[in-house]
Design a protein around this ligand. Structure first.
Ligand code: AMP
Length: 151
């Protein structure tokens, strides 16, 4: 039994790839007897529309938040991850994942990686953003290229 990690954080985009990322993280957390948290970040609506829409977006943001929490629970509940370890936060994925990791002493972040090539690689990805600036280990789980069918 290794106890290298004490708190593992799994970042999910709520697509079907999320199961693959979670399935890699769970045995690592078990082997280390580590706490396992799962996080999804929602882009702030005001940010997406650059503040151009003259209306209060709060209730739409709340609905998106509720929907994301429901979807996250569908992914995390079957693996017995308690609701208090399931987090939906508003912001940019890399910034919020780093913030959470520092605040809750995460020592391993697990993300999915699409193994992009060429221009797509140059344009960057969430996993690259999470790796850059992380204060702890990051495991990038290969989930196949975008558009590829994954079970
Ligand atoms: P991407 O680079 O956006 O294709 O996503 C690769 C991985 O980054 C996903 O498998 C997740 O682990 C993570 N990720 C992407 N978007 C989010 C998000 N909104 N919240 C949390 N993690 C995310």
């Amino acid at each position: 039994m290794s106890n290298e990690y004490r708190h593992v954080l799994v970042a999910v985009d709520l697509t079907k790839d999320s199961h693959k990322v979670l399935e890699r993280a769970i045995p690592i957390a078990r082997r280390n007897q580590a706490k396992l948290s799962i996080i999804h970040t929602l882009e702030p609506l005001g940010f997406a529309y650059g503040g151009d829409i003259p209306m209060d977006l709060t209730s739409i943001q709340d609905q998106l938040d509720d929907h994301a929490k429901q979807r996250l629970a569908e992914i995390a509940d079957p693996d017995g991850i308690p609701r208090e370890e399931q987090h939906v936060v508003v912001g940019m994925p890399d910034t919020e994942i780093h913030r959470f990791s520092r605040e809750y002493d995460v020592d391993l972040i697990v993300v999915g990686s699409h193994g992009r090539h060429g221009f797509a690689l140059l344009l960057g990805s969430t996993s690259t953003g999470v790796l850059h600036g992380a204060h702890c280990d990051v495991l990038a789980v290969r989930v196949g290229k975008e558009g590829e069918t994954q079970e």
